[in-house]
Write a protein that binds this ligand. Structure first.
Ligand SMILES: [Mg+2]
Length: 254
């Protein structure tokens, strides 16, 4: 995996923050998983025993579906099968929203924070999600979280979350017309998000409220984004593992 830090002595100053979606910008993990597994069961005949155990990096909408299909049928799923699965999943997601929109919530302050970051020339903003683009768009639009025209990569681009993050960074470099970023911070809600940040040498801020991420080794977590000044401070101070280009200062995190 590449190292995306500033490689030009004193030559770059724009920093990048990458947000995951489910559990990070939106409180949608429960309804999303429910609709996803229902679609997987109805489309592939995948019952609970088929819920394949796979490496963390492949736990994305397309990665998990491909692995589940391969386990049942012994072959990689044809594109038509994935399209049908995705369409069924989207129907379930839309039905769930029309039946009970309260199951789709913004993580408090997310929309305001994104808007503030988009107006901050020192920081680029990007989206990297393990969900499909259609699902990502639906959730963010229903919650009126403005994310266009942010550089975005989803599970439609790659089945591996690490590849999705790498692609997001490449798109962000183009979008913000940079050769490199002086610092990159990933904001995610799962332990595998932390692992990707560590492996890719990105700073990491965990979004969660149950302490799970801290137990996984995240030094920096937030419950929500209701204090954007504090979040901006975290972005500036969170350390980037072994980058060699960051000051030794510790982030002011519990
Ligand atoms: Mg997530």
């Amino acid at each position: 995996m590449g190292h995306y830090g500033c490689q030009h002595f004193g030559g770059c100053s724009v920093k990048l923050v990458i947000f995951d979606i489910d559990g990070t910008l939106t409180d949608t993990n429960d309804v999303d998983l429910e609709c996803y597994f229902r679609a997987l069961s109805d489309e592939f005949g995948a019952n609970n025993s088929n819920h394949t155990v796979i490496e963390d990096d492949l736990v994305t909408d397309s990665g998990f579906a491909q692995a589940t299909y391969a386990k049942i049928h012994g072959i990689h799923p044809p594109e038509s099968v994935m399209s049908t699965l995705k369409a069924r999943f989207m129907r379930y997601l839309q039905t769930a929203f029309s039946e009970d929109p309260r199951r789709f919530q913004e993580i408090p302050g997310a929309s305001h924070l994104l808007a503030r970051l988009m107006n901050n020339a020192a920081w680029g903003v990007a989206i990297a999600t393990g969900c499909w683009l259609q699902s990502a768009t639906f959730k963010l639009e229903q919650l009126r979280i403005s994310f266009r025209p942010l550089p975005t990569a989803t599970s439609d681009d790659a089945p591996r979350k690490s590849s999705i993050v790498s692609l997001t960074i490449q798109r962000a470099l183009q979008h913000y017309a940079q050769q490199s970023f002086s610092k990159i911070v990933f904001v995610g809600d799962r332990h595998w998000d932390l692992k990707i940040a560590e492996a890719t040498k990105l700073g990491f801020i965990g979004r969660g409220s149950d302490g799970t991420l801290a137990l996984s080794g995240a030094s920096c977590t937030v419950r929500d984004y209701l204090d954007p000044d504090s979040f901006m401070h975290l972005l500036e101070t969170v350390s980037v593992p072994n980058s060699g280009s960051q000051p030794a200062s510790k982030a002011h995190c519990a």
